[in-house]
Design a protein around this ligand. Structure first.
Ligand code: ASP
Length: 313
């Protein structure tokens, strides 16, 4: 059972709700275990029996490709049975409330629910009411814990240490659950984090998110000496004001090859996906040797296997 994860009062149904409530030892244990699940070069993930007989429901109220498929593969590689539901095709579209939907699913006795929802805090709210482990696969603008874990695994795989790491996170920070989870994780290890983007997408209060965070509105300043550049998508679906055009955004905050010279010579470029070429980054950066975007996707499976194994002993 994971310490620091939310426990319901009646039964000990622990899930993974966020990084903020995980301590450093828990994070390290997950990252280390994920290493064990990583396939050898040229091989695929092993098929294990660890979760044989367990039933996991993946409930996605928001669009997802990487996260949903990655959870499903992780569950199946561990031998679990899975059911995946996209909210557009469920009774949610007939007006059923979130609590009623979840109660209905819980009545069918799955062993855990993986959920993504557009409301920040939705999984935390449900975890208080349901006696079943809930794994947060992204809640609104709040957190996306498994993304930060797989990002950390990817950074470590490149031989970098999280202690003292200089990380530039660039883009739509205001709406990014990926940024928040990464900031909480990286700051646990004493990383030096610069959040950068247009002022409307990087509000001042973000500086107080965690120790070691500073803000920059000039991309060149943010990139200087970076070990890691984490680019984020502009989340148009969460913006209420007229956004900058793709071209204008790219001019000021799009990552181009020439920018990489400002960072450390072994800098890596990350992006949680989906990427928008020509808005957040140029194609030659996305496809360059410095890009670890597909390594992140690959590590998603190993990290989620490690999380599932800990939550469903
Ligand atoms: N896939 C990530 C998320 O769900 C990032 C993004 O959508 O831009 O938060």
């Amino acid at each position: 059972m994971l310490r620091g994860l939310l426990t319901t009062p009646s039964k000990s149904a622990c899930g993974l709700l966020d990084i903020e409530s995980l301590d450093r030892a828990e994070i390290e244990a997950i990252l280390e275990r994920a290493r064990y699940f990583q396939p050898a070069p040229g091989e695929t993930y092993r098929r294990l029996e660890t979760l044989r007989g367990k039933m996991i429901v993946n409930l996605f109220f928001e669009a997802s490709t990487r996260t949903r498929v990655s959870f499903e593969i992780a569950e199946r590689r561990l031998g679990a049975d899975t059911v995946s539901i996209a909210a557009q095709t469920s009774s949610v579209s007939k007006g059923e409330s979130l609590v009623d939907t979840l109660n209905t699913l819980v009545a069918m006795r799955p062993d855990a629910i993986v959920m993504r929802h557009s409301a920040s805090g939705a999984p935390h709210f449900l975890a208080r009411h349901l006696q079943i482990p809930i794994i947060n696969a992204g809640d609104g603008t709040h957190e996306h814990p498994t993304q930060a874990l797989l990002d950390a695994r990817t950074i470590l795989d490149r031989g970098k240490s999280l202690e003292g790491l200089r990380v530039a996170i660039i883009g739509d920070i205001a709406h990014s659950r990926v940024a928040r989870s990464n900031v909480h994780l990286l700051s646990r290890f004493g990383a030096d984090i610069v959040l950068c983007g247009p002022p409307s997408l990087v509000p001042r209060e973000l500086e107080n998110l965690a120790p070691g965070v500073r803000l920059a509105y000039d991309m060149k300043e943010a990139l200087r000496n970076a070990d890691v550049i984490m680019m984020l998508r502009v989340q148009l679906e969460r913006q209420h004001e007229a956004p900058m055009s793709a071209g204008e955004y790219f001019r000021f905050y799009g990552l181009r090859l020439e920018h990489l010279a400002l960072a450390k010579s072994d800098v890596i470029v990350m992006h949680p996906g989906p990427i928008n070429r020509g808005r957040e980054l140029s194609s030659d950066v996305a496809d360059s040797q410095r890009s670890v975007i597909l390594n992140q996707v690959e590590n998603g499976v190993a990290v989620r296997m490690a999380v599932l194994e800990r939550i469903l002993p």
